[in-house]
Design a protein around this ligand. Structure first.
Ligand code: BGC
Length: 755
């Protein structure tokens, strides 16, 4: 019976179907040989430390545990030689010789670090996203890794939350496309190929909705919101064949995700047909004690029963499951099922055929940091940048004259990679100063730091707790400022590289004030006061509140944290070798008080006046408008695009029919450029109050100067559906409105009727 259920689940996903039967038989043979202790051992994921250790705990006595068959996988170990040592202990010295899964956090590139995921998502280019993941897989597998703790697909609508940097922003439609592209990039279509690795979709679920944007905080959300807004990217990743899922730290409907059987079994396995295995987050099983769910034995049993298969670092499974079995709190079948799923993954990886298949030392030399990889990282970075403002069209700069390059991030190698790049090496990064000198030759480029990232020593200490990224200069702020101003006064233009240090976003890096730190604001004001043209190159891992800067006569290029090719990529765009084409994937608020703010909010019964003026007894603020500083989907180019002639293929459709929207886009400026044509949908009347508009399609196109193109975006029957009060995925008859344009304020509009 059980086998039959597994076969059905596997068959549901074509990716898993090939040879599923054979694999199941082989796993069953092995399971029959295993003692209960050995089965529990496969559920234990440890980190010997030295690599990545994000929690308090680091595993002990790892070698003897592997020998005793008490370890199913490791992370924080890399390099063919080191992994070989670990794998040999498992294969030669444990009774059954079961190879280890070797995990890693390859979040935005392995050694060739590319932009942080929020930046990458801003490219809106699914082919590039896939190529990025393929490159990461090629490098990581060359270094012995066979399992990646990525993609993170958590929808995030609160830029205070530091981990917004690790995902694809606020939108479930775009998020789903990116989730799919990444899973396919990491896994290819054969997990046993030596350049592919198992993906792990995280953090399941709703981690991005932490209350008040504080990391690891509680989450409380209606099922309607969950299904319509937050779950789609996880489901898309599962449909794309993701081999594993990581449970999140937060609770879902009051039960921590790692012990939530509705989440891990009813939804994930029974509703979505997931056939892979679930791993906890770092000690998240143990943390259920603090959540108030019981002692270690109780929470470990709860997690196993809920459908969690592998326990990351906390060793609650290892130390208590046997006791729970003896006391009848879990069954042998519970343990066997979890073990079966872990062994299945090892089979899929090809580890049973050859435990050393990812350990060819020649490959590491050839595949890691190859020239092609760096070229791709540079391209990815240029495509991730978002032009927020181009005052007097000062950009692109000419490769001539005197350029003052200032700011605490202009010559700061350690802040180029961004957060969560533990496998990268910032020493390999190209600074902006170097990049400008490489690309902008012909111009005289001179540098002055101008300010510290922050002058607040306590803040710097907290940021540096995750690795030194803020260095407070010994010189006084006045001295630094004067130097930058003097340099600017004798230059033709000033480029200031300002914003956040790498560790000001990412895990455990939430902020209540998301503006540019005061030390840098002072620098920017002083530069503007010189009257010289000012370009701000803005670095951050999140949307920032930059009303003051946006109001100034400056140009702003948002570059996130661009990765190892930072300086070259920024120079490519600043000097016009690439025309920026990125679009924001999360709304930028005016101030923190507007959060959460996102384009697909619902309309209230008392909407604010269209004029934006305050009106009593309306849904608005006394001290700020409802509209954001910069909307979702926003991003300028060195050229301009004109949209016209929106038309639909039909005025009325039946259920089950598709409909296409066609629009003409013309490049009306002076440069060749790329544009992301965006389509938003409003379901005018339905049983569940609809969002104002929702992204339902996009296409990135390239147009030469003066060129015009017709762009057609097709909506499938599923694009008109939503989850209703019964959580059924349905469409309801009535009017639909389509908006097409350059961002989420798109105003070309047409309507159609669904019969
Ligand atoms: C993070 C995960 C990560 C894990 C292992 C945790 O703290 O939340 O995203 O995969 O550590 O490094």
């Amino acid at each position: 019976m059980h086998n039959k259920k597994i076969v059905l689940a596997l068959m549901a996903l074509s990716f898993w179907s090939a040879q599923a039967q054979k694999r199941i038989q082989e796993v069953e043979v092995l399971l029959n040989k295993m003692t209960i202790e050995e089965k529990i051992g496969q559920l234990n994921l440890l980190t010997p430390g030295g690599g990545v250790a994000t929690g308090e705990v680091v595993s002990k006595d790892v070698e003897s545990k592997i020998k005793n068959g008490q370890v199913g996988g490791l992370f924080g170990v890399s390099g063919p030689e080191k992994v070989r040592i670990a794998q040999e202990i498992a294969v030669n010295n444990s009774r059954l010789g079961i190879p280890l899964l070797i995990g890693s956090d390859v979040i935005h590139g392995y050694k060739t670090t590319y932009p942080i995921p929020l930046g990458l998502s801003s490219s809106w280019d699914m082919e590039l996203v896939k190529q990025a993941a393929q490159m990461a897989a090629k490098e990581a597998t060359a270094d012995g890794i066979n399992w990646n703790f990525s993609p993170m697909v958590d929808i995030a609508r609160d830029p205070r939350w530091g981990r917004i940097s690790e995902g694809a922003g606020e939108d479930p439609y775009l998020g789903s496309k990116i989730a799919e592209a990444m899973v396919k990039g990491y896994q290819g279509d054969d997990l046993s190929a030596t350049h592919t690795m198992l993906a792990c979709v995280k953090h399941f679920a709703l981690y991005g909705a932490s209350e008040a944007g504080r990391d690891y905080h509680t989450v409380d959300m209606s099922k309607i919101k969950m299904f319509n807004q937050y779950l789609p990217p996880y489901e898309a990743a599962i449909r794309a064949g993701a081999a594993s899922v990581m449970s999140s730290f937060n609770d879902v409907d009051g039960v921590p995700a790692s012990g939530n059987s509705w989440l891990l079994t009813d939804l994930l396995r029974d509703r979505w047909g997931f056939g892979g295995f679930v791993v906890s987050d770092y000690t998240s099983v143990n943390e259920m004690i603090a959540h108030g769910l019981g002692d270690l034995q109780a929470v470990s049993a709860l997690a196993l029963k809920a459908g969690l298969d592998m326990d990351m670092v906390g060793e609650g499974f290892q130390t208590t499951l046997k006791k729970s079995l003896d006391q009848g709190k879990v069954t042998e079948t519970d343990i066997t099922n979890a073990c079966r799923r872990v062994l299945e993954a090892k089979y899929l990886s090809g580890l049973f055929d050859d435990p050393y298949r990812y350990l060819d030392p020649q490959r590491a030399k050839k595949d890691i940091l190859a020239e092609d990889n760096r070229a791709l990282a540079r391209k990815l970075a240029t495509h991730s940048f978002v032009l927020l403002k181009n005052h007097n069209n000062i950009l692109p700069l000419k490769k001539a004259g005197k350029i003052a390059l200032v700011g605490p991030l202009a010559d700061s190698r350690e802040n180029m990679l961004g957060t969560w790049a533990p496998t990268g090496d910032f020493n390999l990064a190209v600074t902006i100063l170097e990049g400008f000198k490489n690309v902008g030759a012909g111009a005289i480029i001179q540098f002055a730091k101008g300010a510290n990232i922050s002058d607040d020593t306590d803040f710097a200490k907290n940021v540096n707790a995750l690795g030194e990224r803020i260095v407070i200069d010994e010189r006084s702020s006045e001295t630094m400022l004067k130097e930058a101003v003097d340099l600017t006064n004798t230059s033709d233009v000033v480029v200031a590289v300002v914003g956040e240090a790498s560790e000001m976003s990412g895990e455990s890096s939430s902020r209540t004030d998301i503006s540019i730190p005061e030390s840098q604001k002072r620098l920017i004001r002083a530069l503007v006061d010189t009257g010289k043209p000012v370009v701000l190159v803005l670095m951050s891992g999140r949307p920032l509140t930059i009303s003051e800067e946006l109001d100034m006569p400056v140009s702003i290029l948002q570059v996130w944290h661009p990765g190892v090719e930072a300086g070259n990529a920024i120079a490519d765009v600043v000097f016009g070798d690439y025309n920026p084409s990125g679009k924001l994937t999360a709304t930028w608020p005016i101030n923190v008080g507007q959060i959460p703010i996102y384009h697909s909010a619902k309309v209230t019964g008392r909407p604010a006046p269209e004029s934006g003026e305050f009106q009593k007894f309306r849904s608005n603020y006394l001290d700020a408008p409802n509209t954001p500083l910069l909307p979702f989907g926003y991003g300028l180019s060195y050229t301009t695009f004109e949209y016209s002639d929106l038309r639909l293929s039909k005025k009325e459709i039946g259920r089950g029919e598709s409909i296409s929207a066609t629009v003409t886009v013309k490049n009306t400026g002076d440069h060749t450029g790329e544009e992301v044509v965006q389509l938003y949908l409003r379901d005018v009347v339905r049983s569940i109050a609809p969002p104002k508009r929702q992204l339902k399609g996009f296409q990135k196109i390239k147009l030469k100067k003066g060129e015009r193109k017709e762009v057609t975006i097709t909506l499938t029957p599923d694009d008109l559906k939503f989850y209703d009060a019964q959580l059924e995925f349905v469409s309801e008859p009535g009017e639909f409105k389509i908006f097409v344009g350059t961002d989420s304020n798109a105003d070309l509009s047409e309507s159609f009727i669904l019969r």
